[in-house]
Unconditional design. Structure first.
Length: 377
C-alpha cells in the first residue's frame, strides 16, 4: 500500500492509494516529513515494513493501520480523522457515556435525542424507536466521562445508519467532533457522508462541562445538531468517544432512529447493457436504471421493470405481465387459465407472436408447417 500525505503540519493525515474510506492510519508523534510517502508491504503476520525499516501493524478486520517509526518530523498532534471501528478496546480507562468496565454507572442520562434521555449501558443500550423527518433539525446530547476529566476527550464520533450491533465501521455516515487539546472547545466538526444523507449546513456542535450524575464529578457535554436529506437504510446509531491516549469504546442504541420522508437528493442513475445482465426482456439493449430503494438495492429501468443490484450481480426481478380485467375473471395474473374459454385463443395469439419472431430471425422465411387456427392441434 502506498500512503500519501494529504494535509500540512501541525496535523498529519495519511491516505492509502486505494482511497478506501475505511482504511485509516493512526499516527504517533512525528510520523512523516513534508512531502514524504511510505511504500509498504503487508506480510503474513500482518506487520508492515517500509524500505527504511519502520514498523506498521495492519488489522484487516477493523481496517486499521498503525505506524511506529523513528525518522520523523515533530508534529503537535499526528493522528488521522478516526480509525472507525478500529480502536474499540477493552481498556478500563476508555471514556464512557454510562457504565465503567466494572459495571458502575458513572454517568446518568448519558444520551439524549430530541429530548428523550436514557442511561447508557456498557455496550448496547435498549432505546425506543424515535421518529424524525427529512429536513427536521435534530439535537443529540452526549455526556462523556473520562478519568482525566472533560479535557481528556480527544473526539466524539456519532455513527448513523449502522447495519447491526458490532458493525460500527459499516455505518452510512459519521459526524466527528474534534476537541482542542489546550482547552475544552471544538477544534472542528468532520462529516464523513459519501451518500449525502446529511445536510452539511445544518451540522453544528458545541461542548461544555456538566455534572456526570448530579455530583461534583464533571463530564464533557457534547451537543450536536443536524438534519437528514435522505432516510438511512438502518435505524441503529452508535457513539464512540476517544481520549488523548486513543482509548475508545463504542456504544450502540437501537431500536434507534427512524427517518420518514422522501429524499431530497437526486436519485442515483446508471446505464447497463441487458446483454451483460440477468435480463428477461430487451436483450442487447442499453438500459437506463434509476435507484428507487437503496436499502433493498432496487432500481427501475425506462420500461418500468425492476432490478436488484448487489455488488457485481445485476438481476431483473420483475417481468411483463398480461393486462387482466379488474374483476380478475381470468383467474391468474398472466392471462386465462386452462379452464377459461379464452385459453385456446390466448395460446394461439402467443404462437402467432412466436412465428412472427422466428420469421424475423430467419429473414422472413416461409414457415413450412403453418400453425392451426384457434389453438387447435
Amino acid at each position: 500500500i502506498t500512503f500519501e500525505r494529504v494535509s500540512s503540519s501541525p496535523t498529519v493525515y495519511l491516505r492509502d492509494n486505494t482511497n478506501d474510506p475505511y482504511v485509516n492510519i493512526m499516527l504517533y508523534p512525528g510520523i512523516v516529513t513534508d512531502g514524504a510517502s511510505a511504500s509498504a508491504i503487508i506480510t503474513a503476520t500482518n506487520s508492515i515494513y517500509n524500505s527504511a525499516g519502520a514498523l506498521y501493524t495492519h488489522d484487516e478486520t477493523t481496517r486499521t493501520v498503525t505506524l511506529w517509526t523513528t525518522h520523523l518530523s515533530t508534529a503537535k498532534e499526528n493522528s488521522t480523522s478516526s480509525s472507525r471501528g478500529g480502536d474499540d478496546d477493552s481498556d478500563s480507562n476508555a471514556p464512557t457515556l454510562g457504565k465503567a468496565s466494572s459495571g458502575a454507572q458513572l454517568v446518568t442520562n448519558g444520551f439524549e435525542y430530541n429530548g428523550l434521555t436514557v442511561n447508557v449501558g456498557r455496550y448496547h443500550t435498549e432505546f425506543p424507536l424515535i421518529g424524525t423527518n427529512v429536513g427536521d433539525k435534530n439535537t443529540i446530547k452526549m455526556k462523556v466521562y473520562d478519568s482525566a476529566g472533560p479535557a481528556g476527550i480527544k473526539r466524539v464520533e456519532f455513527a448513523l445508519g449502522v447495519p447491526d450491533i458490532g458493525l460500527y465501521h459499516e455505518a452510512e455516515a459519521f459526524v466527528e467532533v474534534w476537541m482542542n487539546r489546550d482547552n475544552i472547545t471544538v477544534q472542528e466538526t468532520v462529516i464523513v457522508d459519501e451518500l449525502n444523507l446529511l445536510e452539511d449546513s445544518d451540522v453544528s456542535a458545541t461542548v461544555s462541562q456538566t455534572s456526570c450524575s448530579g455530583d461534583a464529578q464533571q463530564c464533557l457535554l457534547v451537543e450536536l445538531q443536524y438534519s437528514y436529506r435522505e432516510p438511512p437504510a438502518y435505524n441503529t446509531v452508535s457513539i464512540k468517544p476517544v481520549d488523548w491516549d486513543n482509548n475508545a469504546h463504542q456504544f450502540y442504541f437501537n431500536d434507534g432512529i427512524h427517518v420518514d420522508g422522501d429524499s431530497i437528493n437526486l436519485p442515483k442513475e446508471i446505464t447497463i447493457s441487458a446483454s451483460h445482465a440477468s435480463s428477461t426482456t430487451h436483450a442487447g439493449e442499453t438500459l437506463h436504471l434509476v435507484q428507487i430503494d437503496r436499502a433493498e438495492h432496487l432500481w427501475v429501468d425506462q420500461y418500468g421493470y425492476q432490478w436488484k443490484i448487489i455488488g457485481n450481480t445485476v438481476r431483473q426481478i420483475t417481468v411483463p405481465e398480461y393486462l387482466v380485467p379488474n374483476d380478475n375473471t381470468y383467474g391468474t395474473l398472466h392471462g386465462p387459465d386452462r379452464n377459461h374459454p379464452e385459453f385456446a385463443s390466448s395460446v394461439y395469439a402467443e404462437q402467432q407472436k412466436a412465428q412472427e419472431t422466428l420469421a424475423e430471425i430467419l429473414g422472413h422465411a416461409t414457415i413450412i408447417k403453418p400453425l392451426p387456427e384457434n389453438g387447435g392441434t
